[in-house]
Design a binder for this molecule. Structure first.
Ligand SMILES: C[S@@+](CC[C@H](N)C(=O)[O-])C[C@H]1O[C@@H](n2cnc3c(N)ncnc32)[C@H](O)[C@@H]1O
Length: 245
């Protein structure tokens, strides 16, 4: 269950399912003997299940008796739920969010993963359909804004970092799902980037201009900004600012 991030709602809390079941029984003021009677299991089996042992079949019988409405808690997803991959990777940053980016960091010189339908205002846009490729073409200018295809988030963050380190671009602002599981995030980004973990969610636009709620948390990764720019952005965007260390 831990490996699959499989957790239940509708049953008391606890560190393991066994503990949750025991807490649920206590919450329902049900004795082991009474539960044994209801489930047709022996008290020894119930005690074993509550210790994390015995069979899945016994566990399910106890669950059915104590928490019939328990169901799997939807795991947090760092991807869009519906649509094909190309569709999910083409969600555009809404103008209200962009206004905070312009206000804090200034005019955008480059959007290296742009789309003709995106409202992002940038002096130069790399557009895949026009033969550009933000993952290989050189970045340039003072400020790049990067809202990449989320299915390739790490690749784009690495690219942003590499172009920034190479001195091709002075400042990079990336809006991506808040994923902190890669060693690279902890070893490299934590040192070089200011990261804002956003409170609330940005409603991205789909290709037909409809705004969509995000089913995951977001972070803004900033490389090479001045203290003043960072302070201004922190004032404009609710969330937690993790300064580079
Ligand atoms: C999530 S959308 C964001 C568009 C825009 N940056 C915005 O924030 O509104 C990402 C876009 O990157 C484009 N893209 C994917 N791979 C690319 C590549 N290698 N080079 C340039 N653009 C790419 C896709 O066409 C997609 O529309």
């Amino acid at each position: 269950m831990v490996a699959l991030d499989f957790r239940l709602t509708g049953v008391a809390s606890g560190k393991s399912l066994a503990e949750q079941l025991r807490n649920q029984r206590i919450r329902k003021k049900t004795s082991v003997a009474a539960l044994a009677k209801r489930t047709g299991l022996s008290p020894t089996t119930i005690a074993a299940v509550e210790q994390g042992g015995d069979s899945v079949a016994s566990l399910l019988r106890i669950l059915e008796a104590l928490a019939p409405k328990a169901k799997r808690r939807a795991p947090e997803r760092a991807y869009w739920g519906q649509g094909d991959k190309d569709d999910r990777d083409s969600r555009f940053t809404p103008d209200d969010f962009m206004q905070s980016v312009y206000a804090a960091f200034g005019e955008i010189d480059l959007d290296p993963c742009a789309h003709p339908l995106s409202p992002v205002v940038a002096k130069r846009k790399f557009i895949l359909e026009h033969g550009d490729d933000g993952l290989t073409d050189h970045w340039f200018g003072k400020l790049a804004y990067v809202n990449p295809p989320f299915s390739e988030q790490l690749k784009w963050l690495r690219r942003a970092h590499e172009q920034w380190r190479a001195g091709n671009i002075r400042t990079v602002v990336c809006l991506v799902p808040a994923r902190t599981d890669s060693a690279w995030f902890h070893e490299t980004l934590r040192v070089d980037a200011d990261v804002y973990f956003l409170q609330g969610r940005v409603r991205f636009l789909d290709t037909s201009g409809r705004s969509q709620p995000t089913p995951f948390s977001l972070m803004v990764v900033v490389l090479g900004a001045s203290d003043e720019q960072l302070e201004t952005f922190a004032d404009l965007i609710p969330g937690f600012w993790m300064r580079r260390s």
